[in-house]
Write a protein that binds this ligand. Sequence first.
Ligand code: LER
Ligand code: MN
Length: 277
Amino acid sequence: MRDNFQIGIAMSPRETAFGPLLFSGQLENGIRQLAQNDIAFIELSLRKTNDINTQELHKLLNHHNIKVTALATGQACLFDNLCLSNMNDESRNIAIDHLKSMIELAAELSSGAVIIGGIRGKLTGSEEDKKLQRTLGIEAIGQCAEYAKKFGIMILIEPINRYEMNWINTAEEGLEVIAQLSMQSLKLLLDTFHMNIEEKNMIEAIRPAGEQLGYLHFADNNRHAPGQGQLDFASILKVLNEIGYTGPIVSEILPLPDDLSALKDTAAFWKNLDYQF
Ligand code: LER
Ligand code: MN
């Protein structure tokens, strides 16, 4: 079963107040631990493109035989106010240019995807302003997806729960935007932590995504490693099998009780998996 997927863990090369990332500021240690625990993929959450030294990272990844699934981008909106729904044209264009550099970096790292989650930015102000911000944000996502085509990079739209984001909260809303833009380079990223808050029925929310599903974040309901909470991962894996999903499944989890234990909990979850479908 686990061979159907690219199993990974999300990390941040720089120390960050953004929580669900392991080994923040200790990338070398994190990569070594991935290799030692038989996990072959990493997702990198970057605030700036120069959070990493590409050549050094290449060496490290090659040495441990680890590949990058995707670059996550939310930190730029959270900490530097680079957000795609910004009504100010100049600020929004800086955010778009930042994402274009992320797309180039993803290509350099042979990573297949760039994630658009928190970098959308929260909609603010009057209802009219919010509507405009949404329209501008969707247009910006389209520009990124267009740019990504040249590099063979996938842009992943991630629905995020209401406490962190006020547009595209559910799988259905993500699929609507993907249908609206209708671009091959756009796919859906589903995160089980957010789904547990927003979806009426997680399984029935995953099913209609079908081939549009490009990526998954696995975290349990408490944002610990899968298997450390109450979510029914057997049913989730069953529906993934039904829709023929074979992409990345990345643990985006809190470093609890500590980084290494959370990594090992993820490794154990996949090692002990004995679901037969
Ligand atoms: C990012 O992948 C995520 O899941 C969000 O919680 C970001 O705000
Ligand atoms: Mn996520």
